[in-house]
Design a protein around this ligand. Structure first.
Ligand code: PHE
Length: 342
């Protein structure tokens, strides 16, 4: 037994000389002090030692264990110090004044336009609301006076989930919830991502952004609507933009309009972005249909209001002269990172 103890100590001392990093120290610890290590094995042998020697050997093994533990501790401390010094020395080459090489990001052009509009409308007393992208049929259609099988649904084919919910086709889907949340009088805008089953080309995407706005109060009329639209456009473009109002049909407004602006890409002469018409449908709008007010818990005898559904993606195209709508979802940083950063 004594021979064995001396042998283990010898082995340990030899192995410790070769341990040069903390991994090696840990390996040593496992090999000698671990559950199945050399000393544990020795303890097992103790059981078969003659009874009168058990005590003495037991004490010797304990001494060995303490010895190995303290030597291992010293070794670990020395190696840790060495490793730390090496780390500090290597950090000498680290120059805090060097440029980091990390490029700062830039905002997506749609984010830029959205924030600009939020500022403009906030200054005019509108609150800014958020709403779900996954909605139910009631909010997207029924509450907006679009019953099942109404032909107006054809233009808003979208993606349905197995549970009957759908990806919202327009930000109008939030109108009902916001009317119910605040009641009248009410001024709110709600930007959001919308989805439609579209054939994709330079001016159509299946995923795009709109910004809805509603204003409900006593005696709201079409002139209020026109005033807010004109103010907003002149702020965004910082100049007078030619607009035209055409009758437009949406079941949730009466009367309804299409507000077009002259194409800012070609200046109105005609290009692929405006399908060669010189005009771009930018902002369908109208006076909120009484049925929609009723669904929202607002009395149409007492209150009237207007609603608009600004094409945020379209507006970004116009403002920045982006010719192809597909650029926005392309992830092409060359194209998307060139706009002013906030
Ligand atoms: N939600 C309509 C659409 O996306 C636009 C709209 C909004 C029309 C508000 C009138 C009033 O087609």
């Amino acid at each position: 037994m004594e021979k064995k103890i001396a042998e283990i100590l010898g082995n340990f001392t030899e192995a410790a000389k070769n341990a040069s990093d903390s991994d090696a120290v840990e390996k040593l610890r496992v090999a000698f002090l671990g559950k199945k290590g050399e000393i544990a094995e020795l303890m097992k042998d103790l059981k078969s030692a003659p009874a009168e020697q058990k005590k003495e050997f037991g004490q010797k093994i304990n001494l060995l264990k303490k010895d190995v533990e303290s030597k291992l501790g010293e070794l670990a401390a020395a190696i840790e110090k060495k490793e730390l010094e090496a780390l500090i020395n290597s950090a000498e080459s680290y120059d805090v004044t060097m440029p980091s090489g990390v490029e700062t990001g830039s905002y997506h052009p749609i984010t830029l336009v959205q924030r600009e509009l939020e500022d403009i409308f906030a200054a005019m007393g509108f609150t800014i609301e958020d709403y779900d992208e996954i909605v139910d049929d009631y909010h997207c259609f029924e509450a907006l006076n679009i019953p099942k099988h109404h032909p107006a649904r054809d233009m808003q084919d979208t993606y349905y989930l197995d549970n009957g919910q759908l990806l919202k086709t327009h930000t109008s889907a939030a109108q009902n919830a916001i009317m119910r949340k605040y009641g009248a009088p009410l001024r709110a805008i709600f930007p959001g991502r919308c989805f439609r089953n579209e054939a994709i080309d330079a001016c159509h995407e299946n995923t795009f952004f709109q910004m809805e706005g509603i204003m409900i109060d006593k005696d709201i009329s079409i002139s209020n609507l026109i005033y807010f639209m004109k103010t907003m456009l002149s702020e965004v473009f910082q100049r007078d933009v030619k607009v035209r109002l055409r009758p437009g049909f949406f079941p949730f407004v009466e009367p309804g309009f299409e507000l077009d602006i002259s194409c800012q890409v070609c200046g109105g002469t005609g290009c692929p972005s405006c399908k060669n018409s010189g005009w771009l449908e930018l902002c369908p709008c109208g006076m909120i249909h009484p049925n929609v007010l009723i669904a929202g818990g607002i009395d149409p005898e007492e209150y009237t209001g207007f609603a608009f559904g600004l094409g945020l993606t379209r507006l970004a195209m116009m403002k920045y002269g982006v010719k192809d709508i597909r650029t926005f979802n392309s992830g092409n940083l060359k194209a998307l990172s060139q706009f002013e950063s906030l």
